[in-house]
Design a protein around this ligand. Structure first.
Ligand SMILES: [Zn+2]
Length: 153
């Protein structure tokens, strides 16, 4: 399978997950605008720097661990850089992202993603990342990229 075919297949599965998560939870799910889809290496690096700058990135009035959760990955280290990850979130009502949705809502989506063969960020040991779903073979593409055999747009 070519890289393009892999991405196309992944995006089709993400659509399935979104639709099934809607049917199961009763809430619509959308890809997080801007950062939730494809990220260039440059954009990823910017997020990484931001996450490690010791600032109150989530604007909750405290500098803590949550401020580093923008991303733990530098450019080229995230499946988002290979278009093989999406961050999807439930909507409490049309247009309103529900970041504070109960655990059960996230877990329903995660179980659906895993059923379809994706990796769910809710099961990451290093950093709980409930909205994150990724293709299990993205590291193979990363290896090709490192070897200069895959050029990213
Ligand atoms: Zn993600």
């Amino acid at each position: 399978m070519t890289y393009e075919e892999l991405v196309k297949e992944f995006l089709a599965v993400v659509e399935l997950v979104r639709l099934e998560a809607y049917a199961t939870t009763g809430y619509e799910w959308m890809v997080v605008p801007k950062t939730g889809a494809y990220r260039s290496i440059k954009v990823q690096h910017g997020l990484f720097i931001q996450a490690h700058d010791g600032l109150d990135n989530d604007h909750d009035g405290a500098v803590d661990e949550a401020d580093e959760r923008v991303t733990a990955a530098d450019g080229g280290q995230s499946p988002h850089n290979f278009d093989l990850a999406r961050d999807i979130v439930p909507l409490s009502k049309p247009g309103a992202i529900w970041w504070q949705a109960p655990e059960g809502v996230w877990h329903s989506m995660g179980a659906i993603a895993e059923k379809h063969g994706l990796v769910w960020g809710g099961h990451f040991k290093s950093l709980y990342d409930a909205p994150h779903i990724e293709h299990p073979k993205w590291r193979e593409q990363q290896a090709l990229w490192k070897a200069g055999k895959l050029v990213l747009a």
